[in-house]
Design a protein around this ligand. Structure first.
Ligand SMILES: [Mg+2]
Length: 288
């Protein structure tokens, strides 16, 4: 297949409905949605057209756009190319970091000590499982097994999960070929709802491809703002079971979707033509 992928007619209609709301939050995962999954996580690059479409959306009035990722904030910014002074909100480390929060996040002494212990144990694990990659994050570590032979990857993932189970204050989050071990964890669902409340979104769009994104889809379905829950537009990228309302095949289809959303949002007539684009104020504290 070549050229721009065709979007499902029901999805196009849902995008038009979504775009018609006064104030919306458009949030998306990065890896596996805007950027293909790769063996070395730092080799990840966004597909053409995705980030420009998001930035253009964010420049429209009453439209907040957020990247919501398991990655730490700095690599997320670097790999996505999102400008420091740009309109995009970056939520990193599954909601434990926010580009608008001063200093990102703080760990207490116990959490710092736990990270030290974790590093020692992961160093030992790497000797037993050569080829295993460990990604440092501000609040945790991620064990990556992509590129390892299946059998080896399975046993390494098992070892990482067992390590997580031994330390009950670690949050263990399995994904595709990864296990994240975090000393502080918020979760994409909590982060999405907090941001939706903060910007006063009447409708929320969220796209993701992985297990952690299912928490986001579920949280939006369970939104205590029942009207907003009804208006949620959730999209799963790729195969596999999902609670999302819609599905697209891959990152290229995601770009087509974002471009359709941008066009629909541009066609919408704002109620007051001269309302300046609201930029959410920096937050100093996150709701529990
Ligand atoms: Mg992903």
């Amino acid at each position: 297949m070549s050229g721009s992928p065709e979007l499902d007619a029901a999805l196009v209609e849902a995008l038009a409905d979504f775009a018609a709301h006064d104030r919306v939050l458009v949030a998306t995962d990065f890896d596996g949605v805007l950027a293909p999954l790769v063996v070395d996580p730092m080799d990840s690059r966004p597909v053409e057209g995705g980030m420009p479409a998001l930035t253009s959306l964010a420049d429209l009035p009453d439209t907040t756009v957020a990247l919501v990722s398991g990655r730490a904030l700095d690599p997320l910014r670097e790999l996505s190319g999102a400008a420091h002074d740009g309109p995009l909100v970056l939520i990193g480390s599954h909601g434990a970091e926010d580009s608008r929060a001063e200093g990102g996040l703080a760990l207490d002494d116990d959490q710092q000590a736990l990270l030290g212990t974790l590093d020692e144990e992961l160093a030992a694990m790497r000797e037993e499982h050569p080829g295993l990659r460990v990604e440092d994050k501000p609040a945790g570590r991620v064990v990556h097994t992509r590129g390892l032979p299946d059998e080896e990857a399975r046993s390494a993932l098992d070892a990482a999960r067992e390590l997580g189970a031994r330390h009950t204050s670690l949050e263990v989050t399995p994904g595709k070929g990864v296990v994240e071990l975090a000393a502080a964890h918020v979760g994409k669902g909590v982060a999405l709802l907090a941001l939706a409340d903060e910007v006063g979104a009447q409708a929320v769009f969220y796209a993701g491809d992985d297990l952690t994104d299912e928490h986001g889809f579920q949280a939006l379905a369970d939104d205590t703002d029942a009207a907003r829950a009804q208006r949620r537009l959730t999209v799963h990228v790729g195969d596999g079971d999902t609670q999302a309302r819609f599905r697209v095949a891959d990152e290229e289809a995601m770009v087509a979707l974002l471009q359709a959303l941008l066009a629909a949002r541009r066609e919408r007539r704002p109620r007051t033509a001269l309302t300046p684009s609201p930029r959410p104020a920096p937050i100093t504290d996150r709701a529990p």
